[in-house]
Design a protein. Structure first.
Length: 307
């Protein structure tokens, strides 16, 4: 049997996600490991680590090389962190499945204090996420934020070496890497809402490839899929690049979706939030309407700070 080729970035977290996907497919179809081949590609986002993503092109820098090989048939599927995915995908490609979502919360790792609110005045936090930067400044305007990019271990090393007093990382990623013990505080998603897609692994494939669609169907988690449909529609109605501080989180239960979203100015001084609730099958529409409503409420002047 021709192996299914699974594309992934080469970071430890990306490899952990690719192996989790492969293992779930093996279990779902009772297939041996030899039926799958994990193909590691270097992306521009991995190679350029000395500048913020906003300066070099945004989220697509983590997906372009994978999508090229997916489009021309060299890969069968590509495994991604959902929060890294642009809202607009190349023609012929789509997100076909989501694994069951992990914890969405941001993890605070404090060197000077165990909690964000306990950091001393004028402390320094390392983070390259514009959402996290804006939320930090919203809660603690006195704190300085410095850019931290690179692999999880790189960021933790920078923290240990004293380049900052604290940093923030996704709880889900730390759990997948077996590094949750470094966390000193888990941030309340109401107070510090996550990035749309945070904690979820998505699988991209060619649309219309029935062989691959049948392969993925058993591991597609319905509630996670609906939640991400809502969050990505919210992003699409706004901007959704790495140049924009946007938070959004959808929760599914009893066939209904509850959504909370927020947009902020980069300095965290102005923000607007929204809530929506409805049927799970209407998740994408609810997210899109929530985003459009926030855009109207904020007014065009608000978005000038995002340029």
């Amino acid at each position: 049997m021709k192996p299914y080729r699974i594309g992934t970035r080469g970071s430890p977290l990306a490899l952990a996600q690719a192996h989790e996907t492969r293992d779930r497919l093996m279990a779902a179809h009772d297939l041996p490991e030899s039926v799958f081949e994990i193909v590691v590609l270097s992306t521009k986002g991995d190679r350029i680590t000395d500048r913020p993503l906003a300066e070099i092109g945004g989220k697509g820098l983590f997906t372009e090389e994978l999508e090229t090989q997916l489009s021309d048939g060299r890969l069968d599927i590509a495994v991604h962190s959902s929060k890294d995915m642009p809202t607009a995908l190349p023609d012929g490609l789509g997100i076909v499945a989501y694994l069951e979502r992990e914890d969405v919360r941001d993890a605070f790792i404090g060197r000077a204090a165990p909690r964000l609110e306990d950091l001393p005045a004028n402390a320094i936090i390392g983070s390259s996420s514009l959402r996290r930067q804006a939320l930090i400044r919203r809660l603690r305007p006195d704190i300085s934020v410095v850019a931290f990019r690179g692999l999880v271990d790189t960021r933790l090393r920078k923290l240990e070496e004293g380049e900052a007093d604290a940093t923030l990382l996704a709880h889900a990623g730390l759990k997948r890497l077996g590094k949750a013990d470094v966390i000193t505080e888990l941030l309340d998603p109401e107070r510090f809402p996550p990035a749309p897609g945070q904690g979820a692994i998505c699988i991209e494939a060619r649309l219309g490839d029935q062989r691959v669609a049948d392969l993925l169907a058993p591991i597609d988690h319905a509630d996670t899929h609906a939640a991400l449909d809502c969050e990505r529609a919210f992003l699409g109605a706004l901007d959704g690049s790495c140049r924009t501080p946007i938070a959004g989180h959808a929760v599914l239960g009893s066939g209904r979706v509850q959504f909370f979203g927020m947009i902020l100015t980069p300095d965290g001084s102005v923000w607007h939030d929204t809530r929506a609730e409805g049927r799970a099958e209407d998740a994408a529409r609810l997210g899109s309407e929530a985003g459009a409503g926030l855009r109207d409420r904020a007014g065009p002047g608000f978005f000038e700070s995002w340029v």
